[in-house]
Write a protein that binds this ligand. Sequence first.
Ligand code: GDP
Ligand code: IMO
Ligand code: MG
Length: 432
Amino acid sequence: MDITKLCDRHTSVVGLQWGDEGKGKIVDILSEHFDLAVRWNGGSNAGHSVHVGDQKYAFHLIPSAILRPQCVSVLANGVVIDPVQLIREIDALQQRGIAIENNLKISSQAHVVMPYHSRQDKLAEEKLGDKKIGTTARGIGPCYADKASRHFAVRMADLIEPDRLQNRLSHIVPEKNAIFGALFGSEPMAWQAILDEYIPLGQRLKPFVCNTTALLHRSMAGAKKVLFEGANATLLDLDHGTFPFVTSSNCGTGVCVGTGVPPQAIGRVLGVVKAYSSRVGGGPFPTEQENAIGEKIRQRGREFGTTTGRPRRCGWLDLVAVRYAASVTGATGLCIMLLDVLSTFDEIKVCVKYATPDGASDEFPADAVELSRAKPIYHSLPGWRHDLGSARHAAALPDEAKAYIGYIEEFVGVPVQMVSVGPGRDETLVLV
Ligand code: GDP
Ligand code: IMO
Ligand code: MG
C-alpha cells in the first residue's frame, strides 16, 4: 500500500505488450519519488498520456516525469530526436506553465530525426502497399537505419554546431536525393534550405544538450535515484518482438545500451501490462477480437492512438506473450492497467497456450510468420460487473477481479505490484 516501497532503487518501467500499456501513467506516479527520469529509446512514435485532475498531457519525446519539478528529465543517447516535435512539445508545456529550463537534459550522442527520415518512412510504407508495417510515419526506422550505417547520421552534437551540421547535410542530402529519386521518383531536396531551418532549431536546443551518460553516472554515485521510462514495448522490440512488425529500437531490452548505465545498476524492472491486449499497425495478434468484444474494449478503453489517432486493434490478454516479455525484460513486478475496462464482461478469456502446426506450445515465437500460425488456447475466468473506479485498495476489488489478478501473477510468475482502475493518479492500487 506504500508507493515509496517501489521507489527505493533505480527502476526501469517497460511495456510488456505492443505498446500503450499505460507506461506514462506509471512513470508520472513514480517520478514524484525519483531524482531523474530517463527516456532511452524510440522517438516521437511514442505517445504517453498522463492525467492530473482535469488536465491531460500527451508526451512523445519528453519524459512523463516533466510535471515533477524535483525530477530532472533526460533524453539519453538511445532516443532519436525530431527537433521540430521536441520544440513543439517544449513550447506547449511552457505555455501551460511547466518549467523546463533547469530540468531537461538531452544527450549530445542522441541521433536526430531529419525531414528526409519521415519522408522516407512515408514513401517506403506507401510503396509496400498491403505489406506495410503500419508505422507512425515519424521517421523512426530510417533514422535508426542511418545510425547503424553511420555515413548518413546526424547527432545532437552536429545539430547544435552550424559548421558540423553544414558538413553533414551537404554530404548526406545529395546522397538521399539520388536514392529517393531512384526508389520513389521524388523531387530533390535542397540541403541549404534544410540547414537554414535546422540551425535555429539546434541553437534553441543547445542549452539542454550535455553528456547524459556522465550525468547519470555522477547522479548515481551521488545517491540520486533514477527512473527509466521505456517507450514502445517488448513485443515491438527489434530483436525480441514480432519481427518485422516491430519498431527499430530494442524497446524491451535496450535500457543499458540506450543510457550507458550498466545492468547491475538497475534494481527493479516494472513490467506494464494492460488487462487485455491492443496493437496499432500491422502484424500478427493471436487474441485479437474483430467482433463486438473487441469493439466494446476499444470504446470502454478509448483505444485510439495518442500519436496517430488510429483505432487500436483489441483482444483478450495473451499470457503466453506477457510471460515471454516478462522473461526477456527481467520484470521483477507487474503493473496491471485498465482493469476497469473489463468490468462489463460475464466471462473473460486469457490465452494460456498456442495451437501451432507442430502441436500445442507455450513458447512465444519472435517471428511474425510463426506467430500468425499460432491459434490461441484460452482459459476462461468469471467477469465482474462492478465499477472499479472507486477502488483504492486491493481488498475493495470484487473477488472475480482479485482472482483475475491472482491468475496473471501465478501464470507469469512475477508479483503484481500495482493495479490501475482509471487514468487518474489516484485511480491506482499499490499492492506492496
Ligand atoms: P503508454 O504509451 O504506455 O504511456 O500508454 P498510452 O498513454 O498511449 O495509452 C494508455 C491510455 O490508457 C491513456 O489514454 C491513459 O490515460 C489510459 N489509462 C491508463 N491507465 C488506465 C486505467 O487504469 N483505466 C483507464 N480506463 N484508462 C487508463
Ligand atoms: P508507446 O510508447 C503502440 C508501432 C507502430 C507500428 C510499429 C512500427 O506509446 O507505447 P514505428 O513508427 O515505430 O516505425 O512503427 O510500431 N508502435 C507503437 N504502437 N505504442 C507505441 O509507443 C508504438 N511505437 C511504435 O504502430 O506498428
Ligand atoms: Mg502510447
